[in-house]
Design a protein around this ligand. Structure first.
Ligand code: GLA
Length: 448
């Protein structure tokens, strides 16, 4: 199949309806307390023993300050996700969830205000836990508590709610997930909604009804939690692309598949593997939620997570999820995603761990139609200029690494005032063909 029909098909199949709260037209980005400050371990560490790292308002304020002051917020990393283990072990006398008084003495509303003052959003975690448990052992949201908990979230100023599914059964999930959606809408506050429902039902139809999910949730976890390892990233990637026929058409503005956190910046991934996770998550139009320690992030990890082109591709307004095009000899895979303004993203991933992979290819071999193209290498910043679809160009991929290109058709100079004497006019005109999110300082160098 040639590229244009594929674009048309993908655009059509993604035109499904989404939860009517106007939120998350592009996938959310932010920081999550889960992996680095792992699970319940850090909740049981008391505030006296480790005030810096235990799950507490101090930790979230510190991370919020970093998001706001270290360039993250400008890159759209603006959600702070509390995740599990934030509450008291018991509801209060009125049956309301309450934060742990030692670890959140100021309360959740105050924390939400702190974040809002810095242009950030607060995400809170709940779990259908009808046997009264979240995954970490904190009070769950039983069916009779759904409205209460939705209203409490709204009164605290929470921007987004995750509803996990530990300790709940199929029937409870079938009732609970749509009920929470209704209850959040009924608060009258725009509250984003992440459903873990599919992850607890095997992620695939007929157990999972993606049409319904798209109508009631802004995003949904389909599969296992990311662990801090390349094996885990590969396992998740394989599952999502092996099932792309089912999952790809379900994503679109306001309704996203969620392959879970970015673990870039922890210990499990090399620099090449970190680039691979960033690239594949951009192709999957995945939420970019990092779970790492922003205090000690290496400069390499920061550069990957703040790569403007990778983020711009992830956040492309068309919101069409990409696909795996080729699997060559079990070693090299090619992924592709259509983007707005007739551009596209291409990723070549090498599964080899023993040595780099070298080859020559052309855009025609990757299904591009005849035309004139430029290809901006997202991680080196170099541009391959003046490509025709049949131009052969070299590709070198590091072991378990990627090469990622932003490919865009070359513009013709038809600007009425452009007679070649005013390069600044040409520059301004040509920039309109690049990613909006790039803005002047990050347009492919060939356009400067
Ligand atoms: C489950 C979820 C994770 C995280 C933990 C918290 O494993 O899938 O994303 O929320 O629970 O306990």
């Amino acid at each position: 199949m040639k590229l244009l029909p594929v674009i048309f098909l993908l655009a059509l199949t993604s035109a499904t309806s989404a939860l009517d709260n106007g939120l998350m037209r592009t996938p959310p980005m932010g920081w999550m307390r889960f992996y680095f400050f792992g699970g319940s371990v850090f909740a049981v560490i008391s505030i006296e023993n480790d005030p810096k790292n235990c799950i507490s308002e101090n930790l979230f304020r510190d991370m919020a300050d970093r998001l706001a002051e270290e360039g993250w917020k400008e890159m759209r990393y603006d959600h702070v996700m509390i995740d599990d283990c934030w509450s008291s072990l018991l509801r209060d006398k009125d049956g309301q969830l309450q934060p742990d008084p030692q670890r959140f003495p100021g309360g959740i509303a105050k924390l939400a205000r702190y974040l809002h003052d810095r242009g950030l959003k607060l995400v809170i975690y709940g779990d259908l836990g009808t046997h009264t448990h979240t995954c970490g052992g904190y009070p769950g949201t039983t069916l009779d508590k759904i409205e209460t908990d939705a209203q409490r979230s709204a009164s605290w100023g929470v921007d987004f709610r995750k509803l996990d599914g530990c300790y709940s059964n199929e029937e409870e999930q079938q009732k609970g997930y749509p009920l929470m959606s209704k209850a959040l809408n009924a608060t009258g506050c725009p509250i984003g909604y992440s459903c873990s429902w599919p992850a607890y039902r095997g992620g695939l139809p007929p157990s999972v009804n993606y049409t319904l999910l798209g109508e009631i949730c802004n995003l949904w976890r389909n599969y296992d939690d990311t662990q801090d390892s390349w094996d885990s990233v590969q396992d998740i990637t394989d599952w999502f692309f092996d099932n792309q026929g089912i999952l790809q058409p379900e994503a679109g503005p306001g309704r996203w598949n969620d392959p879970d956190m970015l673990i870039i910046g922890n210990v499990g991934l090399s620099v090449d593997q970190s680039r691979a996770q960033m690239a594949l998550w951009a192709i999957m139009v995945a939420p970019l939620i990092m779970s790492n320690n922003l205090r000690t992030l290496s400069s390499e990890a920061r550069a990957i997570l703040q790569n403007r082109a990778a983020i711009a591709i992830n956040q492309d307004p068309m919101g069409v999820q990409g696909r795996r095009l080729h699997r060559r000899g079990g070693h090299v895979e090619v992924y592709w995603r259509p983007l707005s303004q007739s551009a596209s993203a291409l990723v070549s991933l090498s599964r080899r761990q023993d040595m780099a992979y070298h080859c020559h290819t052309s855009l025609a071999k990757l299904n591009y139609t005849a035309g004139s193209y430029e290809a901006y290498d997202v991680f080196t910043g170099k541009t391959l200029s003046g490509l025709s679809a049949t131009t052969e160009f070299p590709v070198s991929i590091n072991p378990s690494g990627v090469v990622m290109w932003y490919v865009y058709p070359k513009m013709h100079y038809e600007h009425p005032q452009d007679d070649g004497r005013y390069p600044y006019i040409r520059q301004k005109y040509r920039m309109s063909s690049s990613l909006d999110f790039h803005k002047p300082r990050v347009v492919p160098p060939s356009l400067l």
